[in-house]
Design a protein around this ligand. Structure first.
Ligand code: CTP
Length: 415
């Protein structure tokens, strides 16, 4: 007989929250899947969920009482005790209402109150009709939750209860299980590291109305800040103007110009152990920003005097002591050659080269493909993946470099 594969959730205590979506019936299968992998699962139903599935179903299968009411006379206060004892909390399916309450911190029933007491991994698998999922309010709540480190899964695509076909189906059990396993395996290998990371574009004023900037969204730098925080690092994020919600647990410093960014980063260099320069710093700034709006019939548009901005990364490299320094190379061609040259010229430990013109890799996209080159000339080609995943790969490489070079003096001079 082939050996039985080990149960992936053996010894794990989970809380499964079920809310009032038609997909609530699928939570029964999910509970069984968790239990098959060896988990001990306590289930909490919202009142709306009990309209679709009964507590008795979950009680019988989980072999635990099912909590549904915040005000029921219960000795052990499930809104406190359940999350305290759990290795992870999963909400599946989560309605739009549940996402909104969780994002806003509302606590008007047992599950929403319990969610405010979760300190470990929280995985939310939404299910709703496609139009609702795409609504800006829902997407804003999802972004808020993700910025707090909550793992919100995108729903699956397919036939919906409404008869339409689209995105909105509860993620398959296998996806929820994979996310759970990943969350439980989260390494805390950055504990003790202090990460200084820059993100986003800078804006260089032409006059009080107009500026020079670039298409950077800040997503890569924010993903790195979030990933490092999740792995236990203390993180300072120096960010140019972006539309992203602030990542939780991260010290966020807002800047606008390249000069502001330079000051903010140099002032914090000594504090850091690793610096990642993911910002897209404007290379040029208007020599003099006009103090009043330039009129279009004033003839100014014919000539804009520009001055180069300082290369912040080079300055960081020249002033660092033992910090590991990671740069980016945004290219549209010959990525490897340009990135390798920048690594050398700026005296970096690691450079992340990416082709910003490639499909799925440009500014603003949620995915990225990259080539990592380290100071020893080792090259790692990374296929297209979500920026959050790439962030972890960059952090893996940077952390390895902090370990492999004890005592080497860090000083780079212009030649
Ligand atoms: N960088 C910086 N300060 C600048 C310009 C860039 O610190 N004034 C950093 C970026 O944050 C990135 C790296 O240098 O980590 C490479 O940036 P990139 O724009 O790809 O290259 P540049 O050095 O600006 O060279 P070029 O524009 O000629 O490709």
């Amino acid at each position: 007989m082939p050996p039985e594969s080990p149960m992936k959730l053996a010894g794990k205590r989970l809380v499964l929250g079920v809310t009032g979506s038609i997909a609530a019936y699928k939570a029964v299968g999910l509970l069984r899947a968790f239990m098959r992998e060896g988990a001990d699962v306590s289930v909490v139903l919202t009142q709306a969920a009990t309209r679709f599935v009964t507590p008795l179903t979950f009680e019988t299968l989980s072999k635990h009482p099912v909590a549904t009411d915040l005000f029921a006379a219960q000795q052990d206060m499930p809104h406190l005790m359940l999350p305290e004892r759990a290795d992870a909390v999963i909400v599946a399916p989560a309605t739009a209402n549940c996402l909104a309450k969780c994002a806003l911190g509302l606590a008007d029933d047992l599950l929403s109150t319990l969610l405010l007491n979760v300190t470990g991994p929280l995985i939310i698998a939404p299910a709703m009709d496609g139009g609702m999922w795409h609504h800006q309010a829902v997407q804003t709540h999802v972004a808020t939750l993700r910025s707090r480190g909550v793992l919100v899964l995108d729903p699956d695509e397919g036939p919906l209860a409404s008869g339409r076909v689209g995105i909105g189906r509860l993620a398959e059990d296998s996806r929820i299980l994979a996310a759970l396993e990943q969350a439980l395996a989260q390494k805390l290998d950055w504990v003790g590291q202090r990460l200084l990371v820059s993100a986003g574009p800078t804006q260089e004023a032409i006059d009080p109305i107009r500026f020079i900037s670039n298409r950077s969204s800040g997503k890569m730098g924010y993903a790195i800040a979030q990933a490092a925080r999740a792995r236990g690092a203390a993180v300072t994020l120096v960010s140019g103007p972006t539309a992203l919600p602030p990542p939780s647990g991260v010290d966020l410093v807002h800047v606008v110009t390249a000069e502001d960014m330079q000051k903010a980063l140099l002032a914090r260099l000594a504090w850091s152990t690793v610096v990642v320069m993911a910002a897209a710093v404007a290379d040029f700034r208007p020599l003099r920003a006009a103090t009043a709006k330039l009129k279009k019939d004033g003839g100014y548009w014919k000539k804009l005097d520009l001055a180069p901005t300082d290369d912040i990364l080079l300055q960081l490299s020249q002033q660092r002591r033992s910090q590991v320094l990671v740069g980016f190379a945004a290219e549209t061609e010959s990525v490897l050659t340009h990135a390798a040259a920048k690594l050398k010229r700026k005296g970096l430990d690691l450079i992340v080269g990416n082709n910003v013109a490639a499909e799925g890799s440009g500014f603003g996209s949620d995915t990225n493909a990259a080539t990592l080159i380290d100071r020893e000339g080792r090259v790692q080609e990374l296929a297209l993946m979500p920026k959050r995943e790439l962030a972890d790969r960059i952090l893996d490489a940077a952390l390895a470099l902090t370990r492999s070079r004890p005592g080497r003096p860090h000083s780079t001079r212009r030649t």
